[in-house]
Design a binder for this molecule. Structure first.
Ligand code: SAM
Length: 322
């Protein structure tokens, strides 16, 4: 059916983002010693694409580390929604930053099953969570857990929040009242407006003390008002999603409408301009020959990092951060 074809096209976006992240890491834009284990080939992306992934990684790394710093020795949870083959768990574990953090990854069953196979067949990755095993299976939705490393992977369609909630509540280590950092890195854009808002609402109703951080594209129009991101057309619904909330302010209202108390956001362009040191900018400029400054600034003005919060602890630290 066209829904199935669409779902597999959406899952394919993970393969492409893995290769782009590896390309950026290999050239030294960002540090990621683990992602390359998730791909059988390498690709060298254009400098513009590498820079795009650099700024995305920097922004997300920045808020996650700040969250872990704030919870300090306290217990917390990180939930990566639509995690794909993302390596954040391995990177943070390697830095000994996850001692008291329950780390949960969620993606379609096919993607999670593939990820588990890759981890199990790679000695370096497997070393982190060698006790990873299937702890539950409901209608083909497999749940894998490693008690040793506080890791849970759930294969499920995020549009099915009822089942997701039932699965989470059946896991003894899960606690919806702990400070919880939920990440959605370029995922919601591939969901329809209705199911995406349903997910946002479910999060705001389930967690009492949380921050949902999303990295998404905004403002899909060129200066003449035409829709620019034509690649979205192929996947259908995303275009409607970005058109329903095209600007930063629309996005912010959306999360409030779905039950979050506070919403903060920053454009990638602002982060690069104001929060990146001259030394770091020079380091980036020296990596490879680059002269596409206009498209680079344009690209950065089309992406935001947004954090929607609930509960005093998360609202306070995010307010101070943005
Ligand atoms: N967040 C990862 C990253 O930034 O590297 C992967 C991003 S990739 C562009 C989008 C991911 O979202 C894919 O892995 C896809 O399978 C997942 N995804 C999209 N819609 C989903 C849904 N309804 N349920 C579960 N996963 C979904």
């Amino acid at each position: 059916s066209s829904k199935l074809r669409n779902d597999s096209a959406v899952q394919g976006t993970n393969d492409s983002s893995v290769l782009s992240k590896i390309s950026a890491a290999q050239l030294g834009y960002c540090k990621d010693d683990y992602l390359a284990h998730f791909a059988s080939k390498k690709a060298r992306r254009s400098p513009l694409v590498n820079r795009g992934y650099y700024i995305r990684a920097k922004l997300i790394d920045y808020v996650i580390k700040e969250f872990l710093h704030q919870v300090s020795e306290g217990h917390s949870q990180i939930i990566n929604l639509g995690a794909g083959f993302d390596s954040t768990f391995f990177r943070l574990k390697d830095l000994s930053l996850l001692a008291n953090t329950f780390f949960i990854e969620i993606d379609f069953p096919d993607v999670i099953n593939r990820k588990i196979n890759l981890i199990k067949n790679n000695p370096i990755l497997n070393e982190f969570c060698s006790d990873l095993e299937t702890v539950k299976e409901i209608n083909g939705n497999k749940v894998y857990q490693s008690l040793k490393s506080n890791l849970l992977l759930i294969g499920i369609d995020l549009r099915n929040s009822e089942l997701l909630e039932a699965i989470l509540k059946s896991i003894p280590q899960f606690n919806e009242n702990l400070p919880t950092f939920l990440l959605s890195e370029v995922v919601m854009t591939y969901m329809s407006v209705k199911s995406c808002n349903g997910l946002i609402k479910w999060i705001s109703e389930t967690f009492t003390n949380c921050v949902l951080t999303v990295y998404e594209q905004i403002n899909p129009f060129d200066p003449f008002g035409e829709v620019m991101c034509s690649h979205f057309n192929k996947l259908g619904s995303p275009l409607r999603c970005i058109l329903k909330y095209p600007f930063e302010d629309d996005q912010k209202k959306r999360y409030k409408n779905e039950g979050f108390s506070d919403v903060f956001s920053i454009k990638a362009s602002e982060f690069y301009q104001y929060c990146t040191s001259d030394k770091e900018k020079k380091r980036i400029d020296d990596i490879e020959l680059f002269d596409e400054y206009e498209p680079w600034h344009l690209k950065c003005s089309h992406y935001i990092l947004l954090s929607a919060t609930k509960g005093n602890f998360c609202s306070e630290f995010i307010r101070n951060l943005y």
